[in-house]
Ligand binder design. Sequence first.
Ligand code: NCD
Length: 357
Amino acid sequence: MSFRNLIDFSDIPAKEWEEMCTLAADMKIHPHRYVSACAGKVLATLFYEPSTRTQLSFQTAMFRLGGSVIGFSDPNSSSVSKGETLRDTIKIVSTYADVVAMRNPVEGAAFAASLYCRVPLINAGDGGHLHPTQTMTDMYTIREEKGGCDGLSIGMCGDLLNGRTVHSLSKALSPHFGNTYYLISTDKLKMPGYATEMLSANGGKIIECRSLDECIALLDVLYMTRIQRERFSSESDYRSQAGIFVLDNEKLKKAKDDLIILHPLPKVDEISYEVDDDPRSKYFEQAENALYLRMALILTLTEKFPDRLPVKGEKYIFSGERYCKNPVCISNHEKYLPKIVKQKNERKYCGYCDRDV
Ligand code: NCD
């Protein structure tokens, strides 16, 4: 079954992921072939949270396909500031657009929006939860550089607690074999249990580190992240965690010649400027790949699902029960949302934010 909404990278079946990588690679070499592939189509970019790269690359992707873009980058300039629900905004916007890309600071907002969206919906980041189009870029860059995503030593460093890109990447790496994961963070910013479980699900080995020096010599891939300032409750909490992990040329002396350094960007102070010139730094290529992958995604979804469907959410029965204990889950913010609990083996989890219930 093909995917209509991209909430999570694992929504993409393996075969379609292969096809999308091939399409993105072709778009990178022959962009002129696609200049009117989405002519007459409209992409809505609804950004409830600041973004430079993700928003601009979605918009550029649609323009390069010959389509048009509507949307907002500041919810204060839309009806959201008047108190409009997510449900109403999405219902209306999806009667205007052919595909919607949404970023929202609340976990599970993308799945919630998909219940009321009449056209394909793409999660462009939902709080600290998931960021599947960044994950597409990360997985694509790893396979381009390393020939695949199995049998690697992969370091993830920085804010592993609040960074949605590492959570999303952990979920995507979960089915891969023979990897060792070095999780480099402070005790306070450790990877949440649900994400480490995903990494170890297929025999992945987990090693927790408190410094880059402990493991840098062993790594094939180093995924650096910034400390997510906006997710801290106070500036002093943030300050106590900032500036601890900094990748510089001195540390890189110990690293393998074929290490690749990735970063979802924006980077702040976790990578010194000098490292940008090291041939092992691949983060700017990674950011460029994102454009072609978003083009491939938009084209695939708009071609496969050209029809506007009735809203699915009305089929669910609203129970009024608050069941998810995650305070930053959308089900605790938009009170009309139906209770959705999913189950995998013994584990029952919230259908919006994936946390155990
Ligand atoms: C990331 C994000 O928004 O989660 N950036 C991005 O999409 N390029 C990473 C971050 O903000 O740290």
